[in-house]
Write a new protein. Structure first.
Length: 271
């Protein structure tokens, strides 16, 4: 007759407990995975809509994702994908909303509501770029990295170009005006930094970028002044005078114009 030592008995008990725990864990995982097992498409869609209507966005997202996975070609598939974009957006999941919108645009380019997907994609980038710090006015947003804001600008422009008659086009255009000013001012903040460091060529290039890419922005006047000062720093007086003439013609009351004189902001001054 074989006799187990205390150590062996303890090891066998621990192994049994581990196996039981593993089985329980597997059962739990299977239950979680089967939460929507047997739920028909229509019922699952109604459950998602109920969560959306009561602003329970995390629950709505869970149900819409399940619907998209289980019934990708169902009767409610396209509408569910649109509503998933909206749920992500309302839940502040900006990147997920943009990815879902891009997917919808790619899969359904001729859908009658594809302009809505473009619009929500732009709104998600808009919120990602400005949502908290700007509302609290803690910093000047134009001094931040503007990657998300550029995405929003491009998204809204694409919406207007593709669907000029869209019900979302007017709002997109108004946001474009704001974003254009924002990005132009951002470029000028960088140009000002270059002027203070004596990197005059880089400052001129930033000023030219604003003039060429955001000609309707009010920042173009300051961009011209930046170019004048940059050319002066490079001792390129002919080019400086050419741009100065344009500045005088378009903004005779600019703060750096004093009579016939141009007053640099940094050139010839100590940092």
């Amino acid at each position: 007759m074989r006799v187990f030592s205390a150590a062996n008995r303890f090891g066998a008990l621990a192994l049994s407990l581990a196996l039981l725990a593993g089985c329980a864990s597997n059962d739990t995982s299977e239950e979680e995975e089967d939460e929507f097992a047997g739920v028909q498409e229509r019922e699952l869609y109604e459950l998602a809509r109920t969560a959306l209507d009561s602003n329970r966005y995390p629950i709505a997202i869970e149900r819409l994702e399940a619907l998209d996975t289980r019934y990708p070609f169902g009767a409610h598939a396209e509408q569910a994908q649109l509503e998933l974009i909206y749920a992500y957006y309302e839940n502040s999941n900006w990147e997920e909303a943009r990815a879902a919108a891009s997917r919808f645009i790619r899969l359904h380019p001729d859908h009658p509501q594809v302009d809505y997907a473009y619009y929500l994609r732009g709104l998600s980038a808009w919120q990602a770029g400005r949502f908290s710090l700007e509302r609290l006015r803690l910093i000047d947003i134009s001094k931040r990295d503007l990657g998300a804001s550029r995405d929003a600008y491009n998204d809204f422009r694409e919406l207007i170009q593709r669907y000029p008659q869209s019900e979302y086009a007017l709002d997109a255009q108004q946001r474009i005006v704001y974003l254009r000013e924002l990005m132009a001012r951002h470029e000028l903040h960088v140009a000002d930094y270059y002027l203070r460091r004596g990197a005059y060529l880089a400052a001129v290039e930033r000023g030219r970028w604003v003039v060429e890419n955001y000609p309707e922005s009010s920042a173009t006047r300051d961009a011209l002044a930046t170019m004048v000062e940059g050319y002066q720093g490079l001792d390129m007086d002919d080019r400086a005078n050419e741009v100065l003439a344009v500045l005088r013609e378009n903004a005779p009351g600019h703060e750096q114009l004093q009579g016939s004189r141009f007053v640099p902001k940094h050139l010839g001054q100590d940092d």
